[in-house]
Design a protein around this ligand. Structure first.
Ligand code: CIR
Length: 253
């Protein structure tokens, strides 16, 4: 689908109280604001209309808007985020999406994070992770079927979300971490495999004819240059400290 819009949300001053498995070290609000502003300006520069939301002080992870919805050409599925501290973030996103798409919802006991869902044309990979449980994945697959889409479920294993490790970069081509390089569910695709030292760089964001890649992963960038796409490098070091990255920071549709 050609993306026309992106929803983003400004990080809150308490962003460093968000969830992370990393040792984030000292936080720097001005730095994350600068990185986030550059991200939003980049989306605009490549032709998207942005819908920019204010920080939500009750939710230090709320700028990772991707986890709150799965937006397809016909329907937006509002998630029930898997982390207790993030449940409720989806409410304001549902209001924003309502004028654009029919809405469906994931209900408890189902949980689902948008970061676990990879849309490849009419097919959806749904990662089963610490955040997305089987019930949530089943609810999503039922909704997708109603709208004529196909799906596969795939255990995430290592990494926070499925899209921390696997992303769609070009026709029939994925970028994957080594753990997914030989995965039987992905045999139909060509693959760019990132080195162990550069695993974070599997989280790249394809937007129409552009590929947004995280700064500081030279080997992956060389591999991606083989694709016929314009590559834009962005510094997302403050998001990386909080287990987030380029895909998490927006909802494209
Ligand atoms: C969290 O743990 O929920 C946030 N700190 C990071 C969420 C990243 N989102 C994503 O990968 N889609």
């Amino acid at each position: 689908m050609k993306f026309e819009y992106a929803i983003t949300r400004k990080p809150g001053e308490n962003f460093a109280q968000g969830l992370t498995t990393a040792d984030p070290g000292p936080s720097d609000y001005q730095r994350i604001l600068h990185q986030h502003t550059t991200y939003v300006e980049t989306l605009k520069a490549i032709g998207l209309k942005t819908i920019e939301l204010d920080a939500q002080s009750d939710y230090p992870d709320a700028h990772f808007v991707e986890d709150t919805a799965v937006v397809t050409p016909d329907v937006a599925i509002i998630t029930n985020p898997g982390a207790a501290s993030r449940q409720g973030e989806e409410e304001s996103i549902a209001e924003i999406l309502a004028p654009y798409r029919a809405l469906e919802h994931i209900h408890a006991p189902g949980t689902l994070d948008g970061g676990d869902v990879l849309m490849i044309e009419d097919h959806f990979f749904i990662g089963i992770s610490e955040r997305t449980n089987s019930e949530g994945a089943q609810q999503l697959s039922n909704i997708l079927e109603k709208y004529g889409k196909t799906w596969s479920m795939i255990p995430v294993g290592a990494g926070l979300h499925f899209k921390s490790s696997v992303n769609y970069v070009a026709p029939n081509t994925l970028i994957v971490t080594r753990d997914f390089a030989d995965h039987e569910a992905l045999t139909a695709y060509e693959k760019i495999v990132v080195n162990r030292e550069e695993e974070y760089a599997a989280n790249v964001l394809r937007v129409n004819d552009y590929l947004l890649v995280p700064r500081g992963f030279p080997d992956t960038q060389t591999k991606l240059r083989a694709l016929d796409l314009e590559i834009i490098e962005l510094d997302v070091s403050e998001m990386q400290k909080m287990d987030g990255g380029l895909t998490c920071l927006s909802l494209r549709f």
